[in-house]
Design a protein around this ligand. Structure first.
Ligand code: ST9
Ligand code: ZN
Ligand code: ZN
Length: 329
């Protein structure tokens, strides 16, 4: 087990299993589920996601005809795109699990634009609603509607009226107060054009003579589609399959496959119980590249106040509500 460091001066340990944002206080389905109008399909999005995935399949056929340096670039850019989502939109902005100085917040905002998963503001709003109203009609990607809906289907239909209604009750004052978030929201389309399409395409062409065609399909289209699906697996697979060592009454589960693919975000049973832990896991850096990244940023003086949960609190919670005879990972 990787050592945790709850006593370190840059890490604050919460002794109670409560979340300042109130996101661990899950609302029960019967409080939200009384109306269920038919889903309205948004055909434009069905078309876009279909073409994107076909283009990603075509991109795979280009791999043998492209340069090894381009493959390396795709992997590196996958990593940084993922970190923009996990260390940025998720752990920093949605859960305030640590603090980041302005240069790091700017860097993460650019990386989050490379992920093209909506701007930080909208991402955070949907994610906070997801935690608070998990598995109800107010959950944007309610996994009780099945794998496909929680994976990508929710982006192909109009949102349930309960999502919009309950979303308006979620506190977003910290987002309004963060100039980096508001500037990224304002210039989102430009930043996506630059970070998701132009930069990843131009680098292999300019620096090692890759064709623009290969660069575009591999570093933009394939990389984007891979990171999208890795992210979506947290909403789908990790809400359906896995272990529940911390709370057996909820659907979010610890799923090692997802933890690997989603750079440390697969300990989802833990994360829904302790959403404010900056490691999103009981095990610190183990199978958790995002935690390593945040730790490196703390070492460089760019991140601080990394919140963790004390081992005693975790143990008590396991004994109270966890699946017995299941190891945490
Ligand atoms: C994408 C997002 O992929 C992925 C998020 C994943 C989250 C994962 C979390 C898991 C944990 C973290 C793990 C990370 C792992 C990473 C691993 C990496 C390797 N509350 O939206 P509209 C308002 S996006 C309150 O049009 P419709 C809104 O402000 C992919 N209000 O709703 C607006 O108000 P106004 C790329 C809300 O019409 C109005 O409602 N993006 C809320 O129902 C209408 O908003 C796309 O493809 C809320 N929650 O349409 C875009 N939400 O009118 C896809 C909205 O006043 N989206 N409002 O301005 C769309 O096209 C549409 O949103 C829609 C719904 C069709 C889905
Ligand atoms: Zn979840
Ligand atoms: Zn979360």
């Amino acid at each position: 087990m990787a050592p945790r460091n709850p006593e370190s001066e840059t890490t604050s340990t919460l002794t109670e299993d409560t979340d300042q944002l109130g996101l661990d206080a899950v609302v029960k389905p019967e409080e939200v589920n009384e109306e269920d109008p038919p889903m309205k399909i948004v055909w434009k999005n069905v078309g876009i996601f279909s073409v994107l995935h076909l283009a990603a399949l075509y991109s795979i056929t280009l791999i043998p005809w492209s340069l090894p340096l381009t493959w390396a670039w795709v992997l590196v850019y996958c990593f940084f795109t993922a970190v923009g989502v996990t260390a940025g939109a998720h752990r920093l902005w949605s859960h305030r699990a640590y603090k980041a100085k302005t240069p790091l917040r700017v860097f993460l905002a650019f990386l989050q634009s490379a992920a093209l998963q909506n701007n930080i503001f909208d991402w955070v709003r949907d994610h906070r609603v997801h935690h608070k109203y998990s598995e109800t009609n107010a959950d944007p990607h309610n996994a009780t509607r099945g794998f496909f809906f929680s994976h990508v289907g929710w982006l192909m239909v109009k949102k349930h009226p309960k999502v919009l209604a309950k979303g308006k009750l979620i506190s977003l004052q910290d987002m309004y107060n963060d100039p980096v978030v508001m500037i990224q929201k304002r210039f989102y389309k430009t930043s996506v054009l630059l970070m998701c399409f132009i930069l990843p395409t131009v680098v292999p062409w300019y620096f090692w003579g890759e064709t623009l065609w290969n660069s575009f399909y591999l570093a933009s289209i394939l990389r984007y589609t891979l990171v999208l699906n890795a992210t979506w697996l947290v909403n789908s697979a990790a809400h359906i399959w896995g272990n529940k060592p911390y709370d057996k009454t909820i659907n979010p589960s610890n799923n090692l496959g997802v933890a690997l693919g989603a750079v440390g975000e697969g300990f989802h049973n833990y994360h829904h119980v302790f959403p404010h832990d900056y490691a999103a896991s009981e095990f610190g850096v183990r199978l958790n590249v995002t935690t390593m990244f945040i730790d490196v940023m703390a070492f460089l003086g760019l991140a601080s106040d990394r919140k963790t949960v004390s081992p005693k609190t975790i143990q008590m919670r396991k004994e109270r509500t966890g699946e017995k005879s299941i190891k945490s990972s």
